[in-house]
Design a binder for this molecule. Structure first.
Ligand code: ZN
Length: 437
């Protein structure tokens, strides 16, 4: 079996129990039993590939392939191991498997570098357990300072308890932060989660930037009342108001530029029984765009529309900002190296695109220069069991990753020479939002 095929087969193996918390499909939330079993399996693969493996204070798995010298800084390669509910098998995990295969490729050839290579599998990118995302990634990037950690999941289990049950400690979560000098750069390969590469018959793409995101929690307070006795004209129905707000958010998303998307994906209704007029509703708002400006203007429009509806319907509205992720440009010098690597791996002029979906790289960019490689996925389908990749594309992706690492090594003695430097031949790429929310 080729290394690309093995990476795919490993993703497939991790796609069901005991690596999933859902016996009917793939659901691997942060710190669940599926996550635990997955890390044990990945750890064994890392060791077999020539790395040492450990789990950090935030539940991330880290494999390390030592440099020619001890205690060297590392080139970090990875993605996330957690999943959404009813997930596909390659979102995140394929990038981790490709990192392991890249190290295995070098280890088999006895090739070491002046820098170490670390393969990281982030424990929480999707935010499918606690009401924030990229918790584990932010722990590594050292950007958890503003984040309240008294979080609870839908079953009422606190982050502290979940960490404890995993053998970790909330008190130590922030110790997963890596000193800047430990890491030279972060490189992530990921399925595109969009249809552009397939439409253009390309195996690989190079990401120039990741779109900006905002996530809000909106809470509505109306007046609960008996569904039989509360006259219609006297009601302050929180759910009816929320319904109007959802449609307003959709309308605002539709009215913007092509890259703008606005989504209400979660709602809680209280008391949530058939014979009571709903008194409380909480819902999520997710807004993304290729630039911070477009995103922020849309968020302002959404806030104004919601305030207006709440006022008209005489319900109390509070909107709390839960996540603010700015648009993240990838490092221009590393992007250039990745383009050269893709050209070598595929024999075609590389395609550069903006990612509409968020990735660990957007958080890691706060710590170190980042680069991203996209792999074609079937019909752009992701966050769904029908997610699929072609083995030949994964082989090409692995060739691009190993070629990138060689280029990174030769860019200077310490491997950091390419960072930040684009060579003037690059033409300006038109922002082209391809991902999905
Ligand atoms: Zn992902």
């Amino acid at each position: 079996m080729g290394a690309g095929a093995r990476a795919v087969a490993r993703c497939d193996e991790l796609g069901s129990a005991p690596y999933s918390d859902d016996p009917a499909g793939l659901f691997r939330p942060y710190l669940g039993p599926g996550h635990k079993a997955t890390l044990e399996r990945i750890s064994a693969w890392m060791v077999a590939a020539g790395m040492t493996a450990r789990i950090d204070a935030a539940g991330n798995i880290i494999g390390r392939y030592e440099a020619l010298v001890p205690d060297a800084s590392a080139l970090m390669i990875g993605s996330h191991v957690d999943s959404v509910r009813d997930a596909g098998r390659y979102d995140g995990m394929l990038g981790v498997m490709l990192g392991i295969e890249a190290v295995a490729w070098f280890a088999e050839r006895g090739r070491r570098f002046p820098f170490a290579i670390e393969v990281i599998g982030f424990g929480d990118e999707e935010g499918s357990r606690f009401p924030v995302s990229m918790l584990a990634t932010r722990a590594v990037a050292g950007s958890l300072a503003e984040q309240p950690l008294d979080l609870t999941d839908r079953d009422g289990i606190g982050l502290d308890t979940a960490l404890h049950d995993f053998g970790l400690d909330l008190e130590h979560l922030r110790k997963a932060a890596r000193p800047r000098e430990d890491v030279l750069a972060y490189v992530e390969s990921h399925i595109e989660q969009g249809p552009v590469l397939e439409a253009e018959d390309r195996a690989l793409g190079v990401v120039s930037a990741i779109a900006a995101q905002l996530r809000f929690r909106a809470a509505l307070k109306g007046v609960a009342g008996h569904a039989g006795t509360m006259a219609m004209h006297l009601r302050h129905d929180a759910l009816a108001a929320a319904a109007e707000m959802v449609l307003a958010i959709e309308r605002i998303g539709n009215a913007g530029t092509e890259d703008l998307v606005a989504t209400v994906g979660h709602m809680t209704v209280r008391p949530g029984v058939p014979n009571v007029v709903p008194g409380d509703v909480i819902f999520s708002i997710d807004i993304r765009a290729g630039t911070n400006t477009v995103r922020d203007q849309a968020a302002d429009t959404v806030r104004a529309a919601l305030t207006d509806i709440a006022h008209r319907r005489q319900v109390t509205l509070s909107v709390e900002l839960q996540q603010d992720l700015k648009a993240t440009p990838c490092d221009p010098g590393l992007t250039r190296l990745m383009e050269q690597a893709v050209q070598t791996a595929t024999g075609t002029v590389p395609r550069t695109l903006v990612s509409g979906a968020g990735h660990d790289a957007m958080v890691m960019a706060g710590l170190v220069p980042v680069s991203m490689l996209f792999l074609r996925c079937r019909a752009g389908i992701s966050h769904h069991p029908d997610e699929a990749v072609m083995k030949d594309d994964v082989e090409a992706g692995l060739r691009a990753m190993t070629d990138f690492i060689e280029r990174f090594a030769t860019s200077t003695v310490d491997g950091a020479g390419a960072v930040g430097k684009a060579d003037g031949q690059l033409t300006e790429q038109k922002p082209d939002l391809t991902g999905h929310v």
